[in-house]
Design a protein around this ligand. Structure first.
Ligand SMILES: [Zn+2]
Ligand SMILES: [Zn+2]
Length: 394
């Protein structure tokens, strides 16, 4: 990753040129009003030489912002932060405002998804500046009490919890909770997210009883909207299982992990079958070419992002359940095979064929010695699909 452009050299030159006291005083007043992009402190002195519009207290803050998000939005900030000439006509001003909001929304989307990816990778520290940008721009576009701010608050809470700053996390969660409580007719998806956020925070605090209360709410809301066996509800089951696991209540943890696995396995099986039908109708195409065409024709960016998020969640959750299964003192080969089967389908759908085959083969060998396994045939069929794809791509 390239280093952020610094302003140290040019600042020194300017200093020498600015001989008279009046200019120096003016500059000091300006610098005093400049706030650090990262922490908001006044009198920020280090300027980003890429956009020349962003200031920081010091190089450390500049670097932290750069690796999190600024590298990606440095140039995008220029049209947003340059002041609009005042002599424009009303029509031009209206157009200018529309353009500005469009650009701000783009940055919100980019900053939010960047932060979320960092959180998923366990890089909580790196996530925070990007999540703060998502929050800042959301506030500018939607106002400070909008329900649109809730995802950013929850992400900030999760990242802050991840770096052990629980009081900050608690503050962000209160903000999110306040917005949800004061927004009439707030959507179920947002309410689920809030309860999940609160549940995760209470888990981190070690307040398991309260954590289970929030996660139960998450599951209740998700399953009454999306269905009892929906992937939307599976996240709540997964986090609840983790709480019981930490309490060493293994029976209930195991049955909840099994529930999570079953939900994903059923969902992925349907996706594989749908994929197969596409392949049968257009045998000359690779499975993923079919996907792309659908992507261009019918899906908008939002649904693509949602599908991406769902895929990432599936990988995270199923890998965690696999770890639990593999490290259990008492092995349950049937359960382990179930997780491996789900992962094999997931890798197949994302085009990672070698990984798909490895997981599929492991599931197959675990199930083979067991009595009465109807899923053995399904896995065998999946392996055939994977092998035929692999031989095509050679
Ligand atoms: Zn700072
Ligand atoms: Zn910049």
């Amino acid at each position: 990753m390239p280093a952020p452009p610094t302003s140290a050299g040019s600042r020194a030159n300017r200093k020498r040129r600015l001989g008279n006291a009046a200019a120096a005083a003016g500059r000091a007043a300006l610098e005093g009003s400049r706030r650090c992009e990262l922490c908001g402190a006044a009198a920020a002195r280090v300027r980003c030489e890429g956009c020349r519009l962003t200031y920081y207290c010091d190089v450390a803050h500049q670097k932290a912002d750069w690796v999190s998000i600024h590298e990606r939005i440095c140039q995008l900030l220029i049209p947003i932060r340059m002041s609009v000439p005042f002599l424009l006509s009303e029509k031009e001003r209206k157009h200018g405002t529309e353009q500005l909001v469009k650009r701000q929304k783009y940055i919100i989307d980019l900053a939010y998804s960047t932060a979320r990816e960092f959180v998923w990778d366990g890089k909580h520290q790196e996530a925070i500046p990007a999540a703060l940008h998502a929050l800042r721009f959301s506030t500018e576009v939607y106002g400070s009490n909008s329900v649109q701010l809730v995802p950013a608050y929850l992400l900030l809470a999760e990242a802050s919890t991840g770096v052990g700053r629980l009081p900050e996390a608690s503050k962000y969660l209160s903000q999110a909770q306040w917005i949800v409580l004061t927004t009439p007719g707030c959507g179920t998806a947002v309410q689920c997210k809030l309860h999940r956020g609160l549940g995760l925070f209470c888990t981190a605090e070690g307040n398991f009883e309260q954590a289970l209360y929030h996660l139960a709410n998450d599951i209740y809301l998700a399953s009454s909207t999306f269905g009892l066996k929906s992937v939307e509800a599976s996240g709540g089951y997964f986090h609840m299982a983790n709480v019981f696991f930490r309490q060493n209540k293994m029976d209930i943890a195991n049955s909840l992990y099994a529930e999570v696995t079953d939900i994903w396995r059923a969902f992925l099986l349907k996706s594989v079958q749908a994929q197969e039908r596409i392949l049968e109708s257009r045998p000359e195409m690779s499975p993923f070419a079919g996907d792309e065409e659908v992507g261009e024709d019918r899906m908008n960016r939002f649904t693509l992002r949602a599908a991406e998020a769902q895929r990432a969640e599936a990988i995270r959750v199923l890998s965690a359940v696999l770890d639990v299964r593999e490290q259990a003192p008492k092995q349950r080969p049937g359960e382990t095979a179930g997780v491996l089967h789900a992962l094999a389908m997931l890798y197949y759908l994302t085009g990672d064929l070698p990984k798909a085959r490895e997981a599929g083969l492991r599931a197959f060998h675990l199930l083979k010695p067991l009595p009465r396994q109807e899923s053995l045939e399904t896995i065998g069929h999946l392996l055939e699909l994977i092998n035929s794809q692999l031989s095509c791509s050679k």
